[in-house]
Write a protein that binds this ligand. Structure first.
Ligand code: B12
Length: 219
């Protein structure tokens, strides 16, 4: 294993083993050695969180352990996300992003927001538990191109449809590209509610956002 792979593995296993010290050491090594922070987040930290998510689903771990892992992830992201934002690229478009009302899952959304920034988007992050009308209000205010909505629970996913219906009701649906994602969403769901795009990971979301925007601008 080369040095970069070792650090990525240290990030992944650090999250899985709730080893905050190990994750922090690895995060600082990523910066010191000049490795790509996107890759460290996607293949290291996010992957570790996905493993923990699956263990939680299978009841191999319980909520306290999951919350410790989530806190470690957030601490690591707090240091790595600003590194991504340092990479200046030409502005591609504006995105308003948030986790839908009733839903406080923020990790995936934060990663998507950071990755979009890395791809050159100007990102306005509304945070979590965001009311449907807020997406429209902020998008109108900043003249956004894309509204991106995250939902992780079957009890909150309906909010993505409500947000699209709200845009329709305001006569503004055609003005914005709407992307949906998060554990509860799927390509079928996106199609059913009339969203313009769906993606499974932050990297896919960023690529797809560019494609959708280029499509709208006529290539
Ligand atoms: C971490 C976690 C928590 C943490 C959240 C910490 C935080 N600050 O975010 C805590 C412990 C607080 C928590 C609380 C709860 N949780 Co929880 N949680 C999870 C868990 C384990 C992982 C989520 C995560 O962070 N994954 C890692 C990230 C990187 O992945 P991701 O979120 O999927 O995001 C990626 C993609 O989806 C995509 N993406 C994300 N957003 C978007 C948006 C767009 C536009 C696009 C294109 C793409 C995209 O890109 C991301 C990066 O690659 C999931 C289980 C799971 N397997 O997902 C349960 C899970 C989501 N939680 C669940 C539940 C029920 C709850 C609670 C009600 C309590 C409970 N009983 O466990 C509360 C919710 C309170 C509320 N009102 O929201 C359920 C939901 C069930 C359902 N289907 O309805 C799940 C599925 C667990 C389960 N199987 O029971 N949770």
């Amino acid at each position: 294993m080369n040095e970069k792979e070792e650090i990525i593995e240290k990030l992944r296993s650090g999250v899985v083993n709730c080893n905050e010290e190990g994750v922090m050491e690895a995060v600082h090594e990523v910066i010191k050695k000049g490795f790509d922070p996107n890759e460290a987040i996607e293949r290291g930290i996010s992957e570790g969180m996905r493993v923990m998510g699956n263990r939680f689903d299978k009841m191999e771990i319980f909520l306290p352990e999951l919350m410790i892992a989530a806190d470690i992830v957030k601490a690591g992201l707090n240091i790595l996300l600003p590194e991504i934002q340092k990479e200046k690229r030409p502005m591609k478009g504006r995105v308003v992003i948030g986790t839908i009302k009733g839903d406080i899952h923020s990790i995936g959304k934060d990663i998507v927001a950071a990755m979009l920034q890395a791809y050159g988007f100007e990102v306005y992050d509304l945070g979590l538990d965001v009311q449907v009308s807020k997406f429209y209000e902020q998008a109108r205010k900043v003249e956004a191109d894309i509204i991106a909505i995250s939902a992780l629970m079957s009890s909150t996913i309906g909010g993505q449809k409500d947000a699209i219906d709200f845009l329709e009701a305001m006569g503004a649906r055609a003005r914005f590209i709407v992307m949906v994602g998060g554990g509860a969403a799927s390509p079928e769901w996106a199609e059913r509610i009339g969203a313009d795009g769906y993606a499974k990971t932050a990297a896919e979301a960023s690529k797809h956002a560019l494609e959708l925007l280029e499509g709208r601008r006529g290539g």
